[in-house]
Design a protein around this ligand. Structure first.
Ligand SMILES: Cc1ncc(COP(=O)(O)O)c(C=O)c1O
Length: 366
């Protein structure tokens, strides 16, 4: 009876793409999303510890959904703080970016609407579309012309989903052009800032002052902020709509107060430590100066180095690992055949020596 499960796993194993949970690797980190090193920052850990010592209750469970017993004034105030920081009317916290995207896209578009997604949009948006009754259409990655071709043909309300900095390719969306198209076709634009927040201040929507043109923005805290969770930034109206209709918000126990407090502490720490973002940009420059063929933007902490061929990719990742350098290989079919790549994440804490050791090792395979 269970043989089809086994067959699917065996097939993955044969193809060398079986997923298994492994203990954390030891070596120089070129693979985590901890771009600013906040998840390993002792000073930040001490600040968090102080909050707990001052008020240990913040660690306790919240006892219910936020609509029943699980709301707290601490979280309400932190949401007001986040909204103000990003110059949006409202913020609504979620336990993860996955949940935030699930809530947004499964709730706002109705069965009469269309969700138009960049072909490289994060899996959480696709899963949300599967939960929603709206029609989903893809447009070519970062291609405003392709987006306009889709928009032109729609008679229904449209939602557009893009990332400001893409997680696998490390390239930025042409946000200005996309805003113009959203305005021209009266579409609702939603921007996921998972990989941009913290790396580019409060994100690229904020940096480019697009708050009034972007209907909703998703900020996640598990990457550059080194914490966990996410916020949906939008209007009071949309916040109220989500509180009323978003299943991923309603039917779950809310997070302990410590969750909100860690995020607030992260914002404060980020504001006081802008030099850490400058270290990161300097390291990105060092990497880019090594002239490897990268698909990514010049200032992106995610650098995707094309290594077509799964076998060669496996070999290079193994060699890097034997040299104490941990990277992440993205094989087909996760990405299209011929676009297999090494996804290198640069951090503020990587040294010049580590970066050149990495690039010199990669060059041996090119
Ligand atoms: C673009 C993007 N959106 C959303 C998410 C989900 O965020 P989280 O890890 O907080 O669930 C990720 C994480 O991989 C992501 O890369």
């Amino acid at each position: 009876m269970l043989s089809h499960f086994q067959q699917a796993l065996d097939k993955r194993k044969e193809e060398g793409i079986l997923r298994i949970l492994k203990p954390p690797k030891k070596g120089v980190d070129f693979y985590s999303n901890d771009y600013l090193g906040f998840a390993r920052n002792r000073e930040l850990q001490d600040l968090l510890l102080m909050k707990i010592i001052e008020n240990p209750e913040i660690l306790s469970g919240s006892t219910g959904s936020r609509l029943i017993s699980g709301n707290s004034m601490i979280v309400t105030e932190i949401e007001a703080f986040i909204a103000k920081e990003h110059q949006y009317e409202s913020a609504l916290l979620f336990p993860s970016g996955y949940n935030a995207n699930l809530a947004l896209f499964s709730t706002l578009p109705s069965r009469h609407d269309t969700i138009i997604v960049d072909e490289f949009i994060h899996r959480s948006v696709h899963d949300a579309c599967a939960m929603s009754h709206a029609k989903k259409i893809k447009f070519r990655h970062n291609d405003p012309e392709s987006l306009e071709n889709v928009l032109k043909r729609q008679k229904r309300n449209c939602y557009i989903a893009v990332e400001s900095l893409y997680s696998m390719d490390g390239d930025g969306a042409p946000l200005d052009e996309i805003c113009e198209l959203a305005e021209k076709y009266s579409a609702y634009l939603i921007v996921d800032e998972a990989h941009a927040f913290g790396v580019f201040g409060k994100g690229l929507v904020n940096q480019n002052q697009l708050q009034n043109r972007v209907f909703a923005t998703v900020i996640t805290y598990g990457k550059a902020l080194g914490m966990h969770g996410a916020a949906i930034l939008s209007s009071e109206l949309i916040k109220s709509y989500l509180i009323n209709f978003a299943s991923p918000f309603i039917y779950t126990t809310s997070s302990p107060d410590f969750h909100g407090i860690s995020i607030k502490t992260g914002y404060d720490f980020l504001a006081l430590n802008q030099k850490i973002s400058m270290h990161l940009q300097n390291n990105i420059k060092i990497f880019r100066n090594q002239n490897l063929m990268s698909l990514s933007s010049g200032n992106s902490p995610v650098q995707a180095v094309l290594m077509p061929d799964n076998e060669r990719l496996r070999k290079i990742q193994q060699t890097l690992f034997e040299n104490g350098l941990i990277s992440y290989a993205v094989y087909s079919p996760t990405v299209k055949k011929g676009t297999e790549r090494l996804r290198i994440c640069l951090h503020s804490f990587n040294t010049e020596e580590e970066i050149t050791k990495l690039t010199d090792t990669i060059k041996e395979f090119i």
